[in-house]
Write a protein that binds this ligand. Structure first.
Ligand SMILES: *Cc1c(COP(=O)(O)O)cnc(C)c1O
Length: 363
């Protein structure tokens, strides 16, 4: 079987895939309404929230765009905290819709510095909204979101969080940390194929949405909320994926959020120790290293991570991710989120060790 070690899409349990072969039902009928309601409720404990959670048919980026077009108006002052490609992406989305964005960027492999965020908010009281990534998938770094949110909320700003590659694998206490709009995507930690974004919205978030003047149609979150309350979605949803979501949430409920978080933390530490044992460099500072994706590199000895990945794929059926943007061709990434076993990780590292030997890798 393919050992798919990407930070999305991730492997799915057979039960989840089987659920997708269910016949179509009326998406405006009672069976679907019950399923949608059940899924909406069962998502809440993973977000640790009582907020509404909207299920949107789109990828994670659609969820990010939904957050922006519903809560950020043209001309709004926005602070965009970025530690990599996905932090840059939400900043770009906000700029696309005419927001007045101040970028606060940190070096690749590092987390955002909370004091620098505090200084940026002090320096410009007109900032209304802060955009931040929980887990930066391009560099394998998890931001100290609890501390960041505490600072942002001490200035009474709206906080929009890209938690696409952290929820549900890494704890994200939406109510406890007072996060306003939080976005995640089905193909990351949820043991599902791509196709859904889940978006939670706080009371403050709904107030911002009420005041927002940005035009929106497909991604109108008020419409999504009001329609979902009636057991429907505004537009035709991915019906097959909803059946799968029902099954994956049952499985995740059985395992329990704490056990899921613990499993990811243990496997994250295990994978980092295996990388070091091979003599390979970790991109991320270890104190802030992600427990869902590990970035390896950059390499200064002429080693080509893309050639390495090609051999792994062709000869060992192991699929790793490459670097993105500035890190293209410089690193590779190992995904470890959602549904996977320690055996798959061990197989992956066995294949990596053999391939490094084949390539005559010098530590
Ligand atoms: C994967 C990912 C996204 C984008 O999701 P798509 O489903 O590819 O649109 C956004 N943010 C982060 C942190 C991600 O890992």
């Amino acid at each position: 079987m393919l050992n798919l070690r990407l930070p999305g899409p991730t492997s799915c349990p057979q039960e989840v895939l089987d659920a997708m072969s269910h016949h179509m039902v009326n998406h405006r009928g009672p069976e679907f309404a019950a399923l949608l309601k059940n899924c909406g409720e069962k998502l809440k404990p993973f977000f640790k929230t009582q907020n509404d959670i909207l299920i949107l048919t789109c990828s994670g980026t659609g969820g990010m765009e939904a957050a922006v077009v519903n809560a950020v108006s043209a001309g709004d002052k926005v602070l965009a905290i970025s530690i990599g490609v996905f932090g840059d992406r939400i900043s770009k989305i906000a700029k696309t819709y005419g927001a007045n964005v101040t970028d606060l960027k940190f070096p690749m492999g590092q987390a955002a510095d909370v004091d620098a965020i505090k200084k940026a908010l002090e320096a410009d009281p007109s900032i209304k909204t802060v955009l931040v990534t929980h887990n930066e998938t391009s560099t394998g770094v998890t931001n100290p979101l609890k501390d960041i949110a505490a600072v942002v909320k001490s200035f009474d700003k709206l906080i929009i969080v890209d938690a696409v590659s952290s929820l549900s694998a890494v704890a994200c206490d939406v109510d406890g940390w007072d996060l306003d709009i939080v976005v995640t995507g089905s193909q990351k930690g949820w043991m599902l194929p791509p196709g859904f974004a889940f978006v939670s919205v706080s009371q403050c978030g709904w107030q911002a949405i009420d005041q927002c003047t940005t035009p929106r149609f497909y991604f109108d979150l008020k419409k999504a909320r009001d329609t979902q309350a009636k057991g429907e979605t505004p537009w035709t949803p991915n019906v097959s994926l909803m059946f799968a979501l029902g099954v994956s949430l049952d499985m995740m409920e059985k395992e329990g959020i704490d056990a899921i978080n613990k499993r990811h933390a243990e496997m994250g530490a295990y994978i980092r120790s295996k990388v070091k044992a091979l003599g390979l460099p970790l991109l991320a500072d270890e104190q802030v290293a992600s427990n869902t994706v590990t970035a390896v590199g950059p390499f200064e000895n002429g080693f080509e991570p893309d050639a390495f990945r090609k051999i792994l794929n062709k000869e060992y059926n192991v699929v790793l991710a490459g670097g993105q943007m500035e890190l293209k061709g410089k690193i590779f990434r190992i995904g470890h989120m959602g549904w996977f076993t320690k055996e798959e990780i061990d197989e992956c590292f066995d294949a990596m060790a053999k391939t490094l030997k084949q390539m005559d890798y010098k530590v």
